[in-house]
Write a protein that binds this ligand. Structure first.
Ligand SMILES: *Cc1c(COP(=O)(O)O)cnc(C)c1O
Length: 247
């Protein structure tokens, strides 16, 4: 019997180029700059010694301690399998496949487009200016039908911060239409630039964080989404029932 299972796959998955992670690309050496990992192991001890039970969906202590670290309330924090899961949960909660779009400004992190393609959501790009800042007029022109704008600051791979005045303008521009998702995977290298303090003023602001980079814990797969409670509650509806969380 011959059956080509590829023909059964969704067209967008057949056409998809998966994320070119450092592990997938392979190579050798000890320092993997394209993974942005910390090269040395840091000691880490699990307090939980048995694994026969499913974990809590949102472990209370992890949430409370990260909220304290971020200067927010526990109901403004969601923990997920890396920030990558946060990127995708937002699309699953806010974007109708085949109808809504996301927008981002290359050069930037590669998972925004991979997640959008996997789910079947249109993505629009507005290239950054020569100084790596946002092209606000061009973004304004392309916002129709956009539900999520992903903005990475400090940006991967350029390392620059996005100008805060531009971020405010982007928040004004997107109010009532789209969420602005600020990817702060590298914020520990410039903590004073965090937008966490802006959440009280902007119900449509979302912040992504991770333990994979500055915390040297990429192997834990632990990331956080920071937002006001209504956004967090929507994401809790679509997250897997038992995302693995270290305890
Ligand atoms: C590494 C990285 C992520 C994803 O981190 P994980 O928590 O390991 O999934 C997200 N955004 C940017 C910009 C990154 O560099």
């Amino acid at each position: 019997m011959s059956l080509n299972v590829e023909d059964l796959a969704r067209a967008n998955v057949r056409a998809l180029t998966p994320y070119q992670s450092a592990r997938r690309l392979g190579g050798n050496g000890d320092v993997w700059l394209n993974a942005n990992e910390f090269p040395l192991p840091v000691p880490f001890e699990l307090s939980q010694q048995t694994l026969n039970r499913y974990p809590e969906c949102q472990p209370k202590q992890v949430i409370e301690r990260y909220a304290a670290y971020a200067g927010l309330q526990p109901d403004q924090v969601l923990v997920s399998r890396g920030a990558d899961e946060g990127i995708e949960l937002l699309m699953r909660a806010f974007c109708e496949p085949g109808k809504d779009a996301i927008l981002f400004c290359p050069p930037t992190y590669g998972m925004y487009s991979v997640s959008a393609e996997t789910i079947g959501i249109e993505y629009r790009t507005v290239p950054a200016l020569d100084n790596w800042q946002l092209n606000l007029p061009a973004i304004a022109d392309k916002l129709d039908g956009v539900k999520l704008v992903y903005m990475c600051s400090p940006n991967n791979p350029t390392g620059n911060l996005i100008n805060p005045d531009d971020i405010r303008q982007l928040l004004e521009m997107t109010a009532g239409k789209a969420l602005l998702v600020a990817d702060e995977a590298y914020i520990e290298f410039c903590p004073e630039a965090t937008l966490a303090g802006w959440l009280k003023d902007y119900p449509h602001l979302v912040i992504l964080r991770t333990l994979s980079k500055a915390f040297a814990l990429a192997g834990l797969r632990c990331g956080f989404t920071l937002a006001n409670k209504p956004v967090i509650d929507l994401l809790l509806k679509v997250i897997a029932p038992y995302p693995w969380q270290p305890q």
